[in-house]
Design a protein around this ligand. Structure first.
Ligand code: DMJ
Length: 595
């Protein structure tokens, strides 16, 4: 009773004090801290500016996607890809991997490739209706019993990956993406049917698959025995997922066997070549880098580790990554080197290499990712898009590879870097990409590839990866609501696969609280991954001349001109996350994950 009385008195005392005293305090506060209101005001300005930008840009990208998709559906579907200049089609699945498309078989009428590739993007854009239409059209009409010689790698990443991912998205019980009871795993059945057609390709003395296989008749007589490292070393995500979903272990085991064989062929420097013979198991091209013919091999080692939680993949990736950083990297650039000697061979930047910073984000090496990404940004700015090949030693375009076929890699890395840093500068980069695509490649009938970046002459081809990757990554940069409640990895073709604990051998170490690492003192710095952290400090925006200006906190130049370091002290503190950077074994500054 006494207590309640005291409480009552206290409350009333404050009520009495309110008008005069509180007013005095408010006035005093206003006089002393006027800047407080300015700061919150400018912070509010930046938030609303960024929110408005996200909205505007996601809408812009959405329109781009539908311009490409609708034109495909009108002029090309159910054929494989759209020819946007002539508003016709090409049945290109049978010749993917060969940009010239010169051997198109007449009897093959396409597999609705661009629709398959669009399914997961439709989900990312939240268009359940069109997704559902696509799923049922494919369920009823798609067949792989066709006399078409296809590239195993391309068909795996585009068709198998597209179907498996769409099946998972269709059966996500928390989302109700399809009318209940209507979907009976038809996409999975199709994927399984396709997977079975892949299996004869692995029937070689080495277990390394042929690069080409006829969907109806299997491996053709006198088929070439030459394949690429990415061709036989990046099948594990799709084929592994197919095994997990169907319960048939043959797909995963074939892909794993090939991957292990390939890894066993590495040199003593832990380097691999670019092309090899699947029958003899001998290397054909000993020079390699991180671009064409090898790129997704590295990507799949890390992503397979994330998806399936096997240490074996991590060990392979870690050794491969160190070797890449040691023998291919020159500051922000990556050249090619001979796998046997580590000596540099070709000094070329290729458009495909632009995926690498995105991969580095997944490793947690944000500063190195940012550094390379910036170089790609400069080249993009110089030409308006990324040319296929750029000669680093001459700082000029490759004389014949001046094209830009709407590739996604630079947008992909921009998306990853933004996710990791929340640095608004990457949104600016995204805007540059979107504007260039609209300016140079958008035509009435869709989006056309660029034949020559010096003249911006166009080519009559809208590649299916424009729908599955380029538009998807650009959209996710501005609207990532799709990622809200799930962890996904994206296949090399941009198809999302959820990271499920039931698919993993064990949980990631970062999920176990006793493994978390903290910076304890200047002397006792633990090397940790930035992967689980949001690394950039709050957005810094300045309003100059009426225009909001985006300031980046993540761009730290290396202290030496050659970007090398000799010890940790050379590397200083990373301004993006206030962690000390360390000097890797390969002699470069970064945030190295136990490297
Ligand atoms: C896509 O098919 C995939 O990203 C592949 O890994 C590399 N090339 C294209 C896009 O450029």
């Amino acid at each position: 009773m006494e207590g309640r009385k005291a409480e009552f008195l206290l409350t009333n005392q404050y009520k009495l004090m309110l008008p005069s005293k509180i007013l005095t305090w408010v006035i005093l506060f206003l006089l002393i801290f006027p800047s407080f209101f300015q700061i919150s005001h400018s912070k509010l300005d930046s938030y609303s500016y960024l929110a408005a930008k996200r909205k505007r840009m996601s809408e812009k990208v959405r329109k781009m996607f539908y311009h490409a998709y609708d034109n495909y559906m009108t002029y090309a579907f159910p054929h494989d890809e759209l020819k946007p200049l002539t508003k016709t089609f090409t049945d290109s699945l049978s010749e993917l991997g060969n940009l010239k498309l010169e051997y198109l078989p007449e009897q093959y009428k396409g597999s609705a490739l661009s629709l398959i590739e669009s399914l997961s993007s439709l989900v990312v854009l939240g268009n359940q209706t069109e997704f559902e239409k696509g799923v049922f059209w494919l369920s009823e009409n798609l067949t792989f019993d066709v006399d078409a010689r296809i590239n195993l790698f391309e068909c795996n990443i585009r068709v198998l990956g597209g179907l498996v991912s769409a099946h998972i998205l269709a059966t996500d019980s928390t989302k109700n993406r399809l009318v209940q009871g209507t979907y009976k795993n038809q996409l999975l059945d199709l994927a399984e049917n396709l997977g079975r057609r892949f299996l004869p390709a692995f029937d070689t003395p080495t277990g390394l698959p042929y690069a080409w296989i006829n969907l109806k008749y299997g491996v053709m007589e006198n088929e070439t025995t030459e394949t690429s490292t990415s061709g036989c070393g990046s099948l594990i995500l799709e084929m592994g997922a197919l095994s997990r979903l169907t319960g048939d272990p043959r797909f995963e085991s074939a892909a794993l066997h090939a991957l292990r064989k390939l890894w066993s062929m590495r040199s003593s420097l832990n380097l691999l070549g670019t092309t090899l013979d699947v029958v003899t198991g001998e290397w054909i091209e000993h020079s390699s880098g991180i671009g064409a013919g090898v790129d997704s091999f590295y990507e799949y080692l890390l992503k397979a580790h994330i998806l399936f939680g096997r240490d074996e993949f991590w060990r392979m990736f870690q050794s491969a990554y160190i070797a890449v950083q040691r023998y291919f990297r020159h500051g922000p650039w990556y050249h090619e080197a001979d796998m046997r000697t580590g000596k540099s061979t070709y000094w070329q930047l290729t458009s495909l290499q632009a995926f690498w910073p995105g991969l580095q984000v997944l490793v947690g090496d944000i500063p190195a990712a940012n550094l390379s990404h910036r170089e790609f940004y400069y080249v993009w700015k110089k030409y308006g898009v990324l040319p296929e090949r750029y000669l680093l030693d001459h700082m000029m375009l490759h004389p014949t590879e001046k094209y830009y076929p709407l590739r996604p890699e630079f947008a992909e890395s921009t998306f990853y870097l933004y996710q990791a840093t929340k640095d608004p500068w990457y949104m600016e980069v995204g805007e540059l990409i979107v504007d260039s695509l609209n300016l140079y490649t958008r035509v009435e009938g869709g989006f056309a590839s660029i034949r020559d970046v010096t003249s911006m002459e166009l080519e009559d081809h809208q590649h299916s990866f424009f729908l599955s990757e380029t538009c998807k990554y650009l959209y996710l940069l501005y609207d990532d609501s799709f990622l809200g409640d799930r962890n996904y990895i994206f296949t090399t073709e941009g198809h999302p696969l959820p990271v499920l604990s039931s698919w993993r051998e064990k949980l990631p170490e970062t999920y176990i609280p006793s493994n978390w690492t903290y910076v304890k003192s200047e002397e006792q710095v633990k090397r940790a991954s930035a992967m689980s952290m949001r690394v950039c400090p709050a957005t810094a925006l300045e309003c100059g001349q009426g225009q909001p200006r985006v300031e980046s906190a993540c761009h730290i130049p290396d202290s030496r001109a050659d970007h090398r370091c000799f010890n940790d002290d050379d590397c200083g503190v990373d301004s993006s996350n206030c962690r000390r950077r360390s000097c890797s074994l390969a002699g470069y500054c970064g945030q190295w994950l136990f490297i």
